[in-house]
Design a binder for this molecule. Structure first.
Ligand code: PEP
Ligand code: MN
Length: 337
């Protein structure tokens, strides 16, 4: 951190700041310019609250040097993380293709979709058993029965399972059935939940909150990493903007930025980021071109009767087309599908 003193700050004010830095166990680097004194705080400044200095007499402002996240940063692991899931991995040369219904609705529905996405080239099966719905009057998911059906679908297809966990006290239960724990956008800053999945050693798919900054997403990942669980994937699923034609706005910038700022794999979710099935394939292409490590796509054999997110769900044959189209783009950017 750098502390910039006001012009004409007194030597007593400067001394007060440096002695506080010293008392906190940091080294001081003093630079006396023609008009101002600048004080460098040497050491890992992350636990320090800059406001503590900003309220001191004679201080003009403070400037952070380090990003607030550490374990999530690219500097921490320049080579990029590869997270093993089932027989495959996320973050390697081959893109993860996570597909399946928004919600697990029935045995017949899930198995039909699971076989279809496997056939089309999916590498993991998604499906919500515990659903974070905006309305308490709509379908909330099948709960434990949904988890059991997901396990059955894994048995039948060999596809690892990605499913959401919404509450800290359900982490143990969901972890018994899932291969990857999904944290939904609405729970990105549910810190007890982040701490609970941080205690497991399960891969976690952390979705970006719809109103969260890139830095806030990385700080949420930091919670999980700080718990000792390094198997975290980030997911860009669109953010709220003034645009209402689409459900969300795909933040392509975030995909590029996250790949530069962090070593964690990045998954793109063109289903939630657009909310409209005709936009899913074109946006998926853009996500792959931008450098995602995988896609998560909602697929339903009968979107008209889907209990959630039918409007953004691809029919299986369209998901097969998505796999084919993104394969060519992946190859163009040095990846494979
Ligand atoms: C989902 O994946 O079905 C979901 C609820 O996504 P999000 O948390 O991104 O809204
Ligand atoms: Mn959904």
């Amino acid at each position: 951190m750098i502390i910039v003193m006001r012009a004409h700050a007194s030597s007593a004010q400067i001394e007060h700041v440096t002695s506080r830095i010293d008392a906190l166990g940091f080294e001081v680097h003093l630079s006396q310019g023609a008009e101002r004194t600048i004080i460098g705080v040497i050491g890992d400044e992350r636990p320090l609250d800059r406001a503590m200095f900003e309220v001191m007499d004679g201080v003009e402002r403070t400037i952070s040097i380090l990003p607030p996240y550490k374990l999530a940063s690219r500097e921490w692991r320049p080579e990029g993380s590869v997270i093993p899931v089932g027989d495959g991995a996320v973050g390697g040369p081959r893109l993860a293709m996570i597909a399946g219904p928004c919600s697990v609705e029935s045995r017949g529905q899930l198995l039909e979709i699971a076989h279809a996405v496997k056939e089309a080239g999916a590498t993991m099966l998604r499906g919500g058993a515990f659903k974070p719905r905006s309305s308490p009057y709509t379908f909330q998911g099948l709960g434990v029965e949904g988890l059991e059906l997901l396990a059955e679908a894994r048995e039948a297809t060999g596809l690892p399972i990605v499913t959401e966990v919404m509450a800290p006290d359900k982490v143990e239960l969901v972890a018994e059935f899932a291969d990857v724990l999904q944290i939904g956008a609405r729970n990105m800053q549910n810190y007890p939940l982040l701490q609970a999945v941080g205690k497991t050693r399960m891969p976690v798919l952390l979705k970006r909150g719809m109103m969260s900054t890139i830095e806030e997403l990385l700080m949420s990942a930091e919670y999980i990493l700080a718990g000792g669980n390094y198997q975290v994937m980030l997911c860009e699923r669109g953010i709220r903007t003034f645009e209402t034609y689409t459900r969300n706005t795909t933040d392509i910038n975030a995909i590029a930025a996250l790949k530069q700022l962090s070593h964690l794999p990045v998954i793109g979710d063109p289903s939630h980021s657009t909310g409209k099935w005709p936009l899913v394939i074109p946006v998926a292409r853009a996500m792959v071109a931008t450098g995602v490590d995988g896609l998560m796509v909602e697929v339903h054999h009968d979107p008209e009767h889907a209990l959630s997110d039918g409007a953004q769900s691809l029919k299986p044959e369209r998901f097969a087309a998505l796999v084919q189209e993104t394969r060519r783009i992946a190859e163009a950017v040095g990846r494979a599908v």
